[in-house]
Write a protein that binds this ligand. Structure first.
Ligand SMILES: Nc1ncnc2c1ncn2[C@@H]1O[C@H](COP(=O)(O)OP(=O)(O)OP(=O)(O)O)[C@@H](O)[C@H]1O
Ligand SMILES: [Mg+2]
Length: 378
């Protein structure tokens, strides 16, 4: 972990200082782990990230009408061919469910019999320029980028359970510069929301109202901040250090709460307004999960539960073998999720290579014909 000064609201605004942060964080990680890093899975966020739901349909090609990995690949490709503008780059295409002939809600259509295969997918895109700037920072810091991965998707990978995703859940990642929300229904994501306000704004409020430096405000927030009255004990006082010769000032903790709570409530209300528009047809039976550093603010879950009128829990990265205890905090949800997603993708590539190898070694007569046709005519 390394402080970042080159990002604003999740977007790179200063290449030099961002690449220095990337370098410092990776060098620390190399030192701690004793491993050398050459490439990385990089999280991307910010208001330029968008998600759309799309669908595609293909005819099943195998003679025996059994759906093959090829059919699955093709239908996802077709679903992806919605008009994505030139200035946007596709980050992820996540299959939500398949329809075989008229049977809906199929999670994996492989080897099923049918003539028509339809796929519903969630496509996450980013602005080409924002993606490119982030890529440049990591490259110029000396590392290859395997993939840009939407940060909130990574956080979801590490903190959400399958049951929550099935019931419908909204993951709220309270970061420094942004608050990012990923909503799930029937096991898959279907909406991504970015609110350009995060924990840094709370710190800035404290700094402005109490006329203290940002780092002091940050420390006070972390040590004594709270956003839910019910958690305050009576007469608690905290000491705000004096600036420029002024003497330190004791203030009641409730005064700090009066600064923090409105901002946190505003963030949750902005999220709720957007979620309400989406969730009418898709219930959030799994409630709300808060993650990111802001989830550590005392009272965050209580306030969120009050605003959303839903059960709320704090999302720590779920157990991963060998993960040090100190990484099991919401602060590392995205980082742990990126590692897991990187591993998923590598496993998946190996599996696909294996399947392809098998098919190439042992192609069906129809497959051979198809290969010949595409070689001869396309
Ligand atoms: N114990 C704590 N109590 C309150 N707030 C905290 C605590 N720990 C961290 N934070 C806040 O969490 C925010 C940082 O969260 P996080 O580390 O998840 O952000 P990030 O992933 O670096 O940023 P972003 O997601 O916006 O790119 C900061 O505003 C910080 O003040
Ligand atoms: Mg984050």
């Amino acid at each position: 972990m390394s402080p970042s000064t080159g990002l604003r609201k999740g977007v790179v605004v200063n290449i030099e200082s961002t690449l220095r942060s990337v370098k410092a964080a990776i060098e620390d990680a190399e030192m701690m782990s004793g491993r050398e890093v050459s490439s990385c899975w990089t999280g991307i966020g910010g208001s330029h990230i968008e998600g759309i739901n799309s669908r595609g349909v293909v005819a099943v090609t195998e003679k025996n009408r059994e759906i093959s990995p090829d059919d699955k690949e093709r239908v996802i490709e077709v679903a992806q061919k919605v008009s994505i503008p030139m200035d946007r780059q596709v980050l992820e295409v996540i299959p939500q469910s398949y329809i075989v002939d008229n049977q809906k809600g199929i999670r994996n259509p492989l080897n099923m019999i049918g003539v028509r295969l339809e796929a519903e997918v969630f496509i996450i895109t980013c602005s080409v320029t924002s993606g490119q700037n982030l890529l440049n920072c990591v490259n110029r810091a000396g590392y290859r980028v395997n993939n840009l991965i939407p940060k909130s998707l990574a956080a979801g990978r590490s903190v959400l359970t399958d049951e929550e995703k099935d019931l419908g859940v909204a993951l709220i990642d309270l970061g420094g510069g942004t608050t990012e929300v990923m909503a799930y229904s029937a096991g898959s994501p279907y909406s991504i929301i970015t609110i350009p306000v995060g924990g840094a704004q709370v710190t800035s409020d404290i700094s402005i109202i109490k006329s203290i430096a940002l780092d002091t405000a940050e420390r006070i927030k972390i040590e004594s901040g709270c956003c839910w009255e019910g958690l305050l004990e009576e007469d608690e006082e905290i000491i705000v250090p004096g600036v420029g010769g002024r003497s330190p000032l004791p203030i009641p903790r409730s005064q700090l709460l009066a600064i923090i709570r409105p901002r946190m409530e505003e963030i949750f209300k902005m999220v709720k307004e957007k979620l309400d528009k989406l969730s009418q047809t898709r219930p959030l039976g799994g409630g709300i999960v808060l993650t990111g550093g802001g989830a550590l603010l005392s009272g965050a879950a209580e306030l969120a539960s009050h605003v959303f009128k839903l059960p709320v829990r704090i999302g720590n990265p779920l157990s991963v073998g060998g993960l040090a205890e100190e990484c099991r905090t919401p602060v590392y949800a995205t980082a742990v999720g990126l590692v897991l997603m990187g591993k998923d993708k590598e496993d998946n590539n190996l599996k696909q290579d294996g399947e392809k190898g098998l098919r190439e070694k042992n192609p069906s007569p129809f497959g051979r014909l198809k290969g010949w046709i595409s070689k001869e005519f396309f």
